[in-house]
Design a protein around this ligand. Structure first.
Ligand code: AHG
Ligand code: MN
Ligand code: MN
Length: 343
């Protein structure tokens, strides 16, 4: 038998199509949506590679709705995603970190999805050639609006996501996604311009010896969270304890936890009483991916996927990663979510 040549490899497009075929009521629209996201990811990866050469590093001088300084690459990433859907009547609206309000895209009957996106995650890494990412969560949708101060058309919780994932722009570009039927990872072969399956059926190890957290505000954390942190250093001195890895990009730290086990956590502090990370386009998509891989994600009080969605930029505390490690986190906080018993 001839050895499998490159065209025998599983491309992302074929994988998406085969997932679609397993859903008897699928219309093919979600497949197009995911394919367009991958296309935007390729365009963004290309721009990130040459950003320093074409003057696309640095700040724009503006701030986004979160009050954060916007970088040129934030704007490029946002534009790239919006353009990828402008001509295809698939997405009714896009909720983006970089947009004050939901961006209405299409109103036809076929435009039946809400796309939530963090175009450039880890933007503080972008000027120093560090890892960054794009995070996405997809819902069947109405058209969210804020008419007369009343929000409508928003999903109830993150559990309603029909697909979620992330693109990680590191030494290689990786596309990881779930449609609720496991998690698969693809690596971009830049020479042929295709994402190829390199990480089939990702399972998050139940335990892991890495943790990712920014310690700058540790003195402001709840006492129970500080006690958890102390435990990671192994106060008994009997073993080496956990090793810290913090990249500044949620995508990269969650990707490590997904593949090698461990945790990422961003608890509430004085500056971020509800945590720093945003529910719709950071916490919930990654929680869906990690739960699908057998891991867990909690706010410290409840499963991230069960948090009621009230506003598009709402924040939530996050602890995410290996099942057993998140259980340890919960033991310190004296909480245990229902989803722990479901997984
Ligand atoms: P973004 O670049 O989309 O604003 O997200 C940054 C997020 C996340 O990627 C990262 O883990 C965390 O915020 C970093 O925050 P600190 O600088 O407070 O550590
Ligand atoms: Mn982010
Ligand atoms: Mn961002």
């Amino acid at each position: 038998m001839m050895p499998a040549g490159p065209t025998g490899r599983m491309t992302l497009s074929r994988h998406i199509l085969e997932c679609q075929r397993r859903q008897p009521d699928a219309t093919g629209e979600l497949a197009v949506l995911l394919t367009q996201l991958a296309f935007a990811g390729k365009v963004f990866a290309h721009e990130l590679r040459r950003a320093a050469l074409v003057g696309d590093l640095g700040a724009t001088g503006a701030t986004n709705v979160q009050g954060e300084a916007t970088r040129k690459l934030d704007v490029f990433g946002n534009q790239t995603i919006i353009e990828a859907f402008a001509h295809a009547e698939i997405v009714a609206a896009i909720v983006s970190e970089e947009e004050d309000e939901p961006r209405q895209i299409a109103s036809g009957a076929k435009a039946s999805y809400l796309l939530c996106v963090d175009p450039l995650d880890g933007s503080s890494n972008s000027d120093t050639n560090g890892v960054v990412g794009t995070i996405f969560g997809v819902y069947r949708s109405g058209q969210p609006s804020e008419a007369r101060g009343v929000r409508s058309g928003l999903p109830g919780t993150g559990r309603e996501q029909v697909a979620a994932g992330y693109i990680m722009y590191g030494p290689s570009t990786v596309f990881v996604y779930t449609t609720g039927d496991g998690v698969n990872g693809f690596t971009l072969d830049g020479d042929i311009g295709e994402f190829l399956l390199t990480h089939p059926d990702i399972r998050c190890p139940a335990e892991g010896r890495y943790y990712a957290v920014n310690l700058a505000a540790a003195r402001e954390w709840p006492a129970a969270t500080q006690a958890y942190l102390d435990s990671l250093g192994d106060p008994t001195g009997r073993s080496r304890g956990y090793s810290q890895r913090y990249s500044g990009a949620l995508v990269a730290d969650v990707h490590r936890a997904l593949l090698e086990g461990g945790t990422y956590f961003y608890p509430p502090d004085r500056g971020h009483p509800d945590g720093k990370l945003r529910l719709l386009y950071e916490c919930a998509p990654l929680a869906f991916v990690v739960e699908q891989a057998g891991g867990r994600a909690t706010t410290g009080e409840t499963c991230v996927l069960d948090v009621r969605i009230e506003t598009i930029h709402q924040r939530a505390p996050l602890a995410i990663g290996s099942r057993v490690e998140i259980e340890r986190y919960e033991q310190f906080l004296n909480t245990r979510c229902d989803c722990a018993t479901r997984s």
